[in-house]
Design a protein around this ligand. Structure first.
Ligand SMILES: [Zn+2]
Ligand SMILES: [Zn+2]
Length: 101
């Protein structure tokens, strides 16, 4: 750490590095970090992408990546889109904070 670099606004959401990160994550684990069930193919960020960008951290860094269920892969056990359930909750808490994209 200690090095300062510019993080693109799209970082952590799209681009070659992000696609690569998603593939690596799926190879490492498909256990949802939110509900603990398998079959999670979405890449989620912990801390959230928005927070990483605000802190000047790289959202494409695998250290911040977690597998989660999402709209494209509902949890077969709970039937929910875990990262969206979480996102809705966060959005209600901070309505003033708009997504930067
Ligand atoms: Zn889940
Ligand atoms: Zn589940």
């Amino acid at each position: 750490m200690g090095s300062v670099h510019v993080v693109a606004r799209s970082a952590g959401r799209k681009g070659r590095r992000h696609r690569r990160a998603k593939v690596d994550l799926q190879a490492a684990t498909t256990t949802c970090w939110l509900c603990g069930h398998g079959g999670a193919y979405e890449l989620d960020h912990d801390p959230p992408r928005k927070v990483l960008l605000r802190l000047g951290l790289d959202p494409d860094d695998p250290r911040f990546h977690k597998a989660a269920h999402g709209s494209s892969c509902r949890c077969p056990t709970c039937g929910q889109c875990c990262n969206q359930v979480k996102g809705d909750r966060a959005a209600r808490r901070s309505r003033m904070v708009r997504d930067w994209n």
